[in-house]
Design a protein around this ligand. Structure first.
Ligand SMILES: Nc1ncnc2c1ncn2[C@@H]1O[C@H](COP(=O)(O)OP(=O)(O)OP(=O)(O)O)[C@@H](O)[C@H]1O
Ligand SMILES: [Mg+2]
Length: 160
């Protein structure tokens, strides 16, 4: 069985452009959705999650959860913002309560490439790379609904 997958690649010239893209995605998310954020230090993963938070209309300022592993933001669709940078085993994420949080909110996980064994079958993979003065962002929607939503974003961004 082949898994449905849609990819959108975009170059952003500023944090605001990265956030605007993330906000468009955030508006379309619902409880249980999993966003795997990949890319090197300072790529813009937290910046992207800030945009997601705007789209989800969650409360509280979104800052890096590196040192606390996980932070919850309440809202109409709550957001769990997690970071695998400092963890060495997936058990540490489990102990922090990640599984329960993932069932009750949108989960945005930074450094997700470190723990790809916990990725669900259906998810969004956001890979951010340095690209000249800005960033290159690849959004993959894997599974029927994620692929459809990336398709919508593609339509919205075509002509850019
Ligand atoms: N096009 C862009 N998109 C996103 N961030 C950008 C862009 N151009 C410059 N920046 C800057 O890059 C930095 C990204 O920082 P951010 O904390 O989001 O990265 P990160 O990937 O979460 O890093 P870490 O691996 O430490 O968690 C910010 O200082 C932001 O202003
Ligand atoms: Mg970060």
């Amino acid at each position: 069985m082949t898994v449905q997958q849609t990819t959108l690649k975009i170059h952003t010239n500023s944090p605001a452009e990265t956030q605007a893209l993330a906000t468009a995605l955030g508006r379309r998310l619902q409880i249980g959705d999993f966003i795997a954020l990949c890319g090197p230090l300072g790529a813009g993963k937290t910046c992207f999650v800030q945009g997601l938070g705007t789209g989800l209309e969650v409360a509280g300022r979104i800052t890096s959860p590196t040192f606390i592993i996980m932070r919850h933001h309440s809202g109409p669709v709550p957001l769990c913002h997690a970071d695998a940078y400092r963890i060495s085993t997936t058990q540490e994420l489990e102990e922090a309560g990640l599984t329960e949080m993932a069932e009750q909110s949108v989960l945005a996980l930074e450094w997700a490439e470190k723990v790809s064994e916990i990725w669900p079958d259906e998810l969004w993979i956001v890979s951010i790379e340095y690209d000249k003065s800005g960033r290159s962002i690849e959004l993959i929607g894997r599974g029927r609904r994620p692929a459809a939503i990336i398709g919508e974003l593609k339509d919205a961004y075509s002509g850019d």
